[in-house]
Design a protein around this ligand. Structure first.
Ligand code: ZN
Length: 442
């Protein structure tokens, strides 16, 4: 049974979130012209790259003119490490965040007070759309520190006037105690961690439905509708998607309303484009491709046409919630982490969808790609659900075949399925690492 009440949701900033497209475009153009000029005048990187492309800030006369400007990529961000992309003077910086840098040099972003205010506004919009009010308690179990996750949700909750509990990730026993004893109305964390918490309650014989949670914003990793269904059913909540990246501002660039038909982009602050990742052409409305963002109002580290590598599509039709801002679909993959196995493009999400639909399996799984000889191999490690394991004697070989067959139907190539004991696969307290690629490409 769901404890979420649709009557609790509201629009945090109707003046901005429900603007007519015409007014919004006018505002976006004004802000775009301003930020392009600001970046050109204050960041040598932008001045060089615009000069190289033969474009001056005054050439931006319409929103479409943004296409005259060059893209900025993750590599550019690495090459300007740590602070060469900052536009505001150092005395105006009030906070610093950073990406983890697990794949190389981290990206460091300095925020001005203006940037923190924008960030709080964006996450407050998302929290309002899941029903957070002034008298609520919001448990933030995203990581705190240099990672943007925790801070964004906390600032948003505080902007609403709610009580934010900065739990951070990890220490699951304490999380469970807090959720029971200091009853939070909302929980924000990665979807995989929320599921892990539900599972931990069940392991102690506590029905997760008995904790008072009503909903929350879940993100910072790729997830699927199947995970949402599991999460909502286990806790009896509304689980809404939140998207963002440190390079742009952090979580809150877009958030999903209770209609759950895409995430509303805070378009007055972030201008989206969808491009073909290979040809770099801007694609027509509704196409799937890589999403590119331009920050329209940030002053610390503005980004102009930042290539996110995230694959999605945009919906401009009006949403039933009343907001007029464009919605982006769930991220279906990353242009650089789609797996190419035996020449076939595979998104890990396709495998996840199969696993999540099978009640006999727990939500924990791992995909291991290797090349034992000359051919690629995918091994999918899945875990039998504790309840199924206890209740029935199942034909394990037949069951493995059944899973492998379903995965093959979904991705088009065969995989090896390995069954793991209940609770034996690694759980994550932050972003789940689902794919291990052991192939040597060097
Ligand atoms: Zn909506």
């Amino acid at each position: 049974m769901s404890k979420f009440n649709e009557e609790d949701v509201y629009i945090f900033n109707p003046e901005r979130e429900c603007m007519s497209r015409e007014d919004l475009k006018e505002l976006q153009l004004k802000r775009l012209q301003k930020v392009v000029k600001y970046a050109y005048e204050n960041v040598p990187f932008y001045q060089n790259s615009f000069d190289k492309a033969g474009v001056k800030p005054e050439d931006i006369k319409s929103l479409e003119d943004i296409q005259l400007l060059p893209f900025i990529t993750k590599d550019d961000l690495r090459n300007t490490y740590p602070f060469d992309l900052q536009a505001a003077p150092k005395e105006d910086w009030v906070e610093v965040h950073s990406t983890s840098g697990t794949t190389g040099i981290p990206t460091v972003v300095a925020y001005t007070q203006n940037d923190l205010d924008i960030w709080a506004e964006c996450t407050a919009r998302g929290l309002a759309s899941v029903g957070v009010h002034k008298n609520d308690i919001v448990n933030v179990a995203y990581g705190f520190g240099l990672f943007t996750g925790g801070h964004g949700a906390q600032y948003g909750a505080q902007k609403i006037g709610a009580l934010a509990v900065p739990m951070s990730s990890g220490n699951t026993q304490r999380q469970m105690n807090f959720l029971k004893d200091f009853p939070a109305d909302f929980l924000c964390c990665t979807p995989s961690y929320a599921l892990y918490l539900a599972e931990s309650f069940e392991k102690e014989g506590i029905d997760p439905q008995s904790v008072p949670l009503k909903g929350g914003l879940y993100g910072a990793e790729m997830w699927t509708e199947e995970i949402r269904a599991k999460l909502e059913n286990k806790f009896g909540i509304s689980a809404q998607n939140i998207y963002g990246l440190t390079e742009v501002i952090g979580p809150g660039v877009s958030t999903e309303c209770h209609i759950k038909d895409g995430m509303h982009i805070a378009e007055d602050h972030f201008y989206p484009e969808i491009i073909d990742p290979n040809t770099l052409e801007v694609l027509p409305e509704g196409s799937e491709g890589e999403i590119v963002f331009t920050s329209l109002t940030k002053t610390g580290m503005p980004v102009i046409r930042y290539r996110t590598k995230d694959i999605t599509s945009l919906k401009y039709d009006k949403c039933d919630c009343g907001r007029t801002t464009v919605r982006m679909s769930r991220i279906t993959g990353r242009s650089d982490d789609m797996l190419k196995v035996k020449g076939v493009i595979v998104f890990p999400k396709q495998i996840e969808e199969v696993i999540m639909k099978m009640d006999e399996l727990s939500p924990a799984y791992q995909i291991i790609v290797s090349r034992p000889g000359i051919l690629d191999m995918i091994e999918v490690q899945v875990e039998i659900d504790q309840a199924t394991f206890k209740d029935s004697i199942i034909d394990l070989e037949g069951f493995k075949h059944k899973i492998a067959k379903k995965i093959k139907e979904a991705i088009g190539i065969g995989v090896k399925v390995t069954l793991a004991e209940p609770y034996s696969l690694p759980r994550s307290e932050g972003k789940a690492v689902r794919v291990i690629d052991k192939r040597d490409f060097s």
